[in-house]
Design a protein around this ligand. Structure first.
Ligand code: HEC
Length: 215
């Protein structure tokens, strides 16, 4: 009797382990539309002549939740054009000449669609008001929201925000905070998107006030 129970137990845990292995990729409650999915589209797809509110290439404006949802069938990534065009060995999007999406970005989009494609925010526990070092907070923030249009190969407006030196240039020219705050006299950034959260903008301001160290 004990032996049978034991065997069933082993079998069940093997099933649980293999199930959790295969669901890992498609379920992660920390994946959030506003923080993980929207920035991938804004930073990589909404450039001039592409999928923004004005140009709407192929009919798609990928700068808003509503616009992105036109290419989404909730719970079915393989029936969602915003996923099928970026997935696979030789994806059609982004087109040749633009940076490719990272595996992490692609998996965020897949997980989010699988989970129901809702307009979620703050899934990872809300605002971090303590950590604002360059490497742990500022660089990941700029990479997520800005580097698709401000890379070394494609520095929008002349600003390469993928390197510390490039970020410092935007600060010393006094252009970074005004664009983030979307203040008068500055081009509102991220281009084609709403103003970012106070949490993120304050983190950048704190880091600048503390001397914008490469820390
Ligand atoms: C979809 C593409 C795109 C995204 C995303 C984007 N930018 Fe830009 N950015 C541009 C382009 C193109 C220019 C130059 C034309 C202009 O000023 O609109 C520019 C200009 C700028 C300038 C100079 C503007 C000025 O008024 O002097 C700064 C600073 C800047 N971006 C910062 C950022 C930051 C910070 C982010 C992320 C939070 C960001 N950008 C995201 C495309 C983008």
């Amino acid at each position: 009797m004990f032996n049978i129970k034991f065997k069933v137990g082993v079998l069940l845990s093997a099933v649980v382990v293999s199930l959790s292995n295969c669901t890992y990729d498609v379920y992660n409650p920390d994946v959030c539309f506003q923080e993980n999915v929207l920035p991938v589209f804004v930073s990589n797809c909404t450039m001039s002549k592409c999928h923004n509110a004005t140009d709407r290439e192929a009919g798609y404006d990928l700068s808003t939740y509503e616009g992105i949802m036109k290419g989404v069938t909730p719970k079915h990534p393989l029936r969602s054009s915003v996923y099928t065009t970026i997935n696979g060995i030789n994806p059609s999007m982004p087109p040749r000449g633009y940076p490719k999406l990272s595996a992490k970005d692609i998996s965020y989009i897949k997980i989010w669609i699988r989970m129901g494609a809702e307009n979620t925010a703050n899934c990872g526990g809300g605002c971090d008001t303590i950590n604002y070092t360059y490497n742990n907070r500022i660089k990941p923030f700029l990479t997520t929201w800005c580097v698709g249009c401000h890379s070394t190969a494609n520095p929008g407006g002349g600003y390469d925000l993928s390197t510390y030196t490039g970020v410092v240039a935007a600060i010393t020219n006094n252009r970074l905070m005004g664009t983030l705050q979307q203040a008068a006299g500055f081009s509102p950034m991220p281009k084609n998107a709403a103003k970012l959260s106070d949490c993120d903008i304050n983190a950048v301001q704190k880091w600048i006030t503390a001397g914008y160290l490469n820390n």
